[in-house]
Ligand binder design. Sequence first.
Ligand code: ADP
Ligand code: MG
Length: 585
Amino acid sequence: MKELRYLNKYFQKYKTRLLIGVAITIAAKIFALFTPRLIGQSVDVISKRMNGEITLEAFRSELAMNILYLLIAALIAGMFTFLMRQTIINVSRYVEFDLKNEIYQQYQRLSLSFYKSNRTGDLMSRISEDVGKVRMYFGPAIMYSLNMITLFVVALIYMLNQAPKLTLYTIIPLPVLSFAIYFLSKAIHKRSTIVQEYLAKLSTFSQESFSGISIIKAYGIEPQTSSSFEVLSTEQRQKQIDLAKIRAFFFPLMILLIGTSNLLVIYVGGMQYINGEIKSIGTIAEFIIYVNMLTWPVAAIGWVTSLVQEAEASQKRINEFLKEEPEIKNLIEEETPIKGDIEFVNVSYTYPDTNIKAIDQLSFNLKKGHTLAIIGKTGSGKSTVLELIGRLYDIDEGEIKIDGRPIKQLNLKSLRSSIGYVPQDAFLFSDSIKNNIKFGSIQASDIDVIKAAKNAEVHDNIKGFVNDYDTVLGERGITLSGGQKQRVSIARAIIKDPDILLLDDCLSAVDTETEERILNNLEAVTRGKTTIIVSHRISSAKNADQIIVMDEGKVIQKGKHQTLINKDGYYKDLYLKQLSEKEIS
Ligand code: ADP
Ligand code: MG
């Protein structure tokens, strides 16, 4: 129960509702337990009439009254049972909601490195399955426990009052039932976990093949994928059958144990009636109903125990991850406005998971409002430079200074909100184009959106779609070409009107003419802003105030565009010649 202690704050939060739930449960049980009493009395009335102790009139009226009371009691009990579910199960839904939000916020807090070391599937199951298990503890587990306790207490009071010795015999088989159900539930849980695993495998497999359907079709490997699927689903079928086998035990076992209890009541009760220990035959009828009423809650003890154990395991996983601290910490509470001078002083960074030294003693100095172009082959560390400026990772050595202050001495939110970042692989959400662009600045107007799209040279393309800016992207929507995606992504960064604009090879899929136009637009847009353009094509660097050429994380050349070319307009350097291929104007 240690892990579940985390949830105590929710008990606190919803204690009024829970207390009302408890009161309602008690009321529901008191009324429900009128039924056996009234049936017992009715049997007595019948037996009295058979012995000729009462008149036909009296018999009729007493029986009719009993039936009326039965109806009323059942109605009231039913109403309270409904309210009981409404209160307690609702609380569990509130807790589920709170917990999901808490987990989601924690997900957002954690750094990139966390996402690299955890599989998406695990993150998803924590927020769906694990929270679901915890909800079962808060809802059904608590409700059935309450139900069981109140029913037991109330029924025992009634029963002991009626016939103490018979009561003892009646409840003897119940603990056996409880244990049996507990072990059965555990076995069911074990097997259903296995079924879940196979189900997850199956759905991952199908999901992947749907995403990669064009490759599967193009290579004509449908038969192979089909047979892989068949192997997986055959395994899954076997696991389902194993589960069904053990599930099948559940009801027969219940019925067997209820039957045993009934037999005991009839035998022991009958003997006692014959011996005169029990005054009326109605008591036996009454007790048979008690036994049947008590069986479910007692069986529920076993079930609830396994629910609590599962919830505990789930909460343990949730706790572990709620305790996780983001690697990139915000050290400065107050906001730190940012101008945009950027300086790297002997910066080195090694990716911990691959041990690749992506940045090696890198230094440069970029004044506010200036443009720096970083060019170099793929893998030379260009993207990493931009990621380090946004503090997606923290550097190992050296210093990154913004406005002369070490980057860690800046408020993380201020830093990131002053950066417009266009990543190398443009990611767009399954939403309208307009919202994808607005993502950079929620309060932007439609006119701003159009302006940004025009500057990114994607307006004409968007106008070409049937729903222009309302065109929905993503799985069920339209798919943009690589170049269109890049340009929407540029528009998203421009609309934010950031002090620092970081463009990571975002023109790679754009033809040279459009590139030229975008670069010219950017000149106007980025006036006064610090801009870093990363590219593997040297043509992107034309308008830059300074250029650095990187290789293996180091600067291998520095200068202005003019200084890197000779009088004839060709690159002086062989490396640059290779990079530039044929493009130079
Ligand atoms: P570029 O943008 O110039 O192509 P990158 O900065 O993306 O270069 O990569 C520099 C080096 O760091 C490469 O060798 C790459 O394999 C490695 N690298 C890049 N990103 C990661 C990452 N997230 N985890 C581990 N290694 C990485
Ligand atoms: Mg890159």
